[in-house]
Design a protein around this ligand. Structure first.
Ligand SMILES: Cc1cc2nc3c(=O)[nH]c(=O)nc-3n(C[C@H](O)[C@H](O)[C@H](O)COP(=O)(O)OP(=O)(O)OC[C@H]3O[C@@H](n4cnc5c(N)ncnc54)[C@H](O)[C@@H]3O)c2cc1C
Length: 658
């Protein structure tokens, strides 16, 4: 059994894997430290065994398998999304043992040894023949770069003879990632999404390869079931490894005491984008990086894209632009269907719509997943008896939607132009997206507490989601969860795993009316959770971070101040409908009315143009549907959001035929 610290680090790495949609990997991953196999570049021949034996003895973490010409990734000074130390070594560093900065690793490496065959599968001759019909054979010279970091529309390469390698360029240096021998292929999820290449692919030897364009890869995964399974699984697992190792095209320099650092970390993690993290307060080599990019401490947080562009405390949109998230999306083209919001409802609509041949564009302000994406573990969604994190569910759904050809634009819908057809969704940046049919799946937003100072501590002590990232911040500390719904219950149970104590505060007299029975039972059975009923927060204090919280019992009037630095607000939500500006009929609480809920008077007032009444999920605007939490009368559950998103598509087909 590994030591306790090691086990918890192992869990962190697994959590990061899970955030990439790898629940199954998580469940079956071994609970011991393991080797991590990648192809060994020639520059490693001298230093590899030495380093490996050092690590084996000193850290008892790694195993090297030199018989199979493989190497391990060596931990260094940069933290990845999982808090793991990851390798940012240059080849030159590897050649000299003295130069290798052997910082103590803080976590196990991702435990994928049992999945190596799935990450790097070797295709059979018959499978290669089938792929070959979708691609073109070509010869490549040693050293020839087939894909450069930042390239768009990346093809995949199946190696017939010779060998390719994948490396992470950073300035003049490179981090070896993997080699691709005959029978294997390159590619990861950006091949599907059309986003920019995260790393460089080059021939190591004279090689014969089959190049398959992105377009043909998409066609292949939609038509060849066997190859689809092999390619999709490899792409997803590879992305998970890149994420867990921080082997991408972004470096974040920040501080764990900064709300914006947390925001950027979450944005990248929720979009499953690999990044390396350099902590101003902890990493000794941070000054070198600051000097190299002419950054001062006051600029923090800083995002460095592809080692070229330095963004000082960028907005999420600026990061999306820098990383080219939206680059491939044709915004002028009239789509069959535009879905606004990529929560469970929007993602379901995208999967069903695209798989049924519709030209689908998803608009999303932040990242796929919506509210569900901030859920640490959803235990009541059909088919996941041991639960699934919201982020994992969202990542899988998003990749599934991409597989069928749906596209996503990271942008905020600001206005619906509804007085003409095609309808137009106007974006925050002024862009305009025309659509024949629309599904509004913008969900709801967290309610905020009516307490002074709230906004001052948002992100630095006050959080609206309890994911792995927040849980890291409050390990062994006391935390407060405000709210009596299922989201509050889940957060409390999840946080109690690492926190010293969790106080659950509700204004009512208990949880019975608002929380599922199974969660109430978990709370009752968890010794480090205390439920405080009839209680509300009345004051927040601190400097740069929340330090003290005062609560009051409304029955006794007694107040109590405690030195608590982490407060999770889980108090329900209000619908995201303000931007619709009179285009569709809303109910008294701002939710969208659909189908039978719309009265004849409301339809007359809205100038309903058709002889038929609105379909089940259709709004008062013909051809515009609402699905999920944003819809009046919807049951606020992942399953109902997914159900409505998919049902809406059958009505979209009917509307497009009208
Ligand atoms: C912490 C937590 C735990 C939960 N746990 C469970 C559970 O265990 N089981 C369960 O069944 N349910 C659970 N829920 C509820 C469930 O997550 C929601 O019912 C579900 O996510 C609703 O899906 P949706 O797609 O309708 O909306 P959302 O998930 O709210 O997604 C809406 C999306 O629209 C985007 N958006 C909003 N406005 C715009 C705009 N103008 N332009 C572009 N994009 C926009 C948002 O960024 C968001 O991504 C939980 C909720 C929370 C918060």
């Amino acid at each position: 059994m590994p030591p306790r610290r090691q086990r918890s680090q192992h869990r962190e790495a697994l959590m990061a894997l899970e955030s990439l949609g790898l629940g199954a990997t998580l469940e079956s991953a071994p609970q011991h430290m393991n080797s991590y196999r990648y192809g060994r570049p020639s520059s490693w021949h001298a230093g590899g065994p030495f380093l490996c034996s050092i690590f084996r003895v000193v850290y008892a973490i790694f195993e090297c398998d030199f018989s199979t010409q493989n190497f391990i990734i060596v931990p260094n000074l940069h933290q990845n999304a999982a808090g793991a130390k990851i390798a940012i070594h240059s080849k030159e560093l590897f050649q000299s043992r003295d130069k290798v900065p052997m910082a103590e690793p803080t976590t196990s490496l991702p435990l994928t040894a049992s999945h190596v065959d799935q990450i790097f599968p070797t295709l059979t001759a018959a499978q290669i023949r089938r792929i070959a019909t979708h691609g073109r054979a070509r010869s490549v010279r040693p050293g020839e770069v087939l894909v450069e970091q930042g390239d768009k529309d990346i093809p995949i390469f199946v190696v017939i003879s010779g060998e390719l390698e994948t490396v992470r360029p950073s300035g003049a240096h490179e981090t070896p990632i993997t080699t691709v021998p005959p029978g294997q292929f390159t590619g990861e999820v950006n091949t599907l999404s059309g986003r920019r290449a995260l790393n460089r692919i080059r021939a190591r030897q004279p090689s014969e390869v089959i190049e398959v364009s992105r377009e043909n890869v998409l066609a292949l995964v939609q038509t060849d079931g066997e190859l689809s399974q092999i390619l999709m699984r490899a792409f997803i697992l590879r992305r998970a490894e890149l994420f867990t190792q921080g082997l991408g095209d972004v470096t974040l320099v920040g501080s764990n005491h900064s709300a914006d650092t947390l925001r950027i970390k979450e944005f990248l993690a929720r979009n499953s984008h690999p990044y390396s993290y350099v902590d101003l307060d902890r990493d000794s080599d941070v000054q070198t990086l600051l000097d190299q990019f002419h950054i001062s401490v006051s600029d923090i947080p800083v995002v460095i894209c592809r080692g070229e562009t330095v963004l000082h405390n960028p907005t999420n949109q600026e990061i999306a632009v820098c990383l080219g998230f939206n680059q491939d999306v044709d915004q002028a083209h009239v789509r069959d269907l535009v879905i606004i919001g990529a929560g469970p409802a929007g993602l379901a609509g995208a999967v069903y719509g695209a798989s049924e041949g519709l030209d689908v564009l998803l608009l999303e302000t932040y990242s796929p997943g919506g509210q569900a994406g901030s859920s640490s573990r959803i235990e009541n969604y059909l088919g996941f008896p041991s639960g699934i994190s919201g982020n994992s569910l969202a990542s899988r759904a998003y990749i599934q939607a991409q597989k069928f050809g749906a596209q996503m634009l990271l942008a905020k819908g600001m206005r619906l132009i509804c007085d003409r057809k095609p309808y137009v969704v106007e974006l925050e940046n002024g862009g305009r997206i025309p659509a024949r049919a629309i599904v509004i799946a913008t969900g709801a937003q967290y309610r905020r507490l009516a307490v002074e100072n709230l906004s001052r501590f948002e992100g630095v002590g006050i959080y609206y989601g309890a994911t792995f990232i927040e849980a890291q911040l409050c390990k062994n500390e006391e935390v407060i969860v405000v709210g009596g719904g299922n989201s509050a219950g889940q957060a409390a149970v999840f946080l109690a795993e690492g926190a010293k104590h969790v106080f659950v505060l509700v204004r009512s007299d208990g949880l019975a009316d608002t929380m599922s029975r199974y969660l109430i039972r978990r709370i009752e059975e968890t010794p480090n959770i205390t439920l405080l009923s009839h209680t509300e927060i009345v004051a927040l204090d601190g400097g740069g971070h929340l330090e003290r919280v005062t609560w009051r019992n409304n029955q006794t009037g007694k107040t109590e101040e405690r030195a608590i630095a982490h407060l999770f607000v889980m108090t329900g939500a209000v619908p995201n409908t303000a931007w619709l500006d009179g285009c569709v009929v809303l109910d008294a609480n701002g939710f969208i009315k659909t189908g039978p809920a719309l009265s004849a008077e409301e339809l007359n007032a809205a100038k309903w143009p058709l002889a038929r009444r609105p379909y089940l999920l259709e709004t008062s605007l013909a051809g515009v549907f609402a699905a999920g939490d944003v819809r009046g009368g919807n049951v606020k559950r992942v399953a109902s959001a997914v159900g409505e998103g998919s049902i809406a598509i059958s009505f979209v087909h009917q509307v497009l035929r009208e």
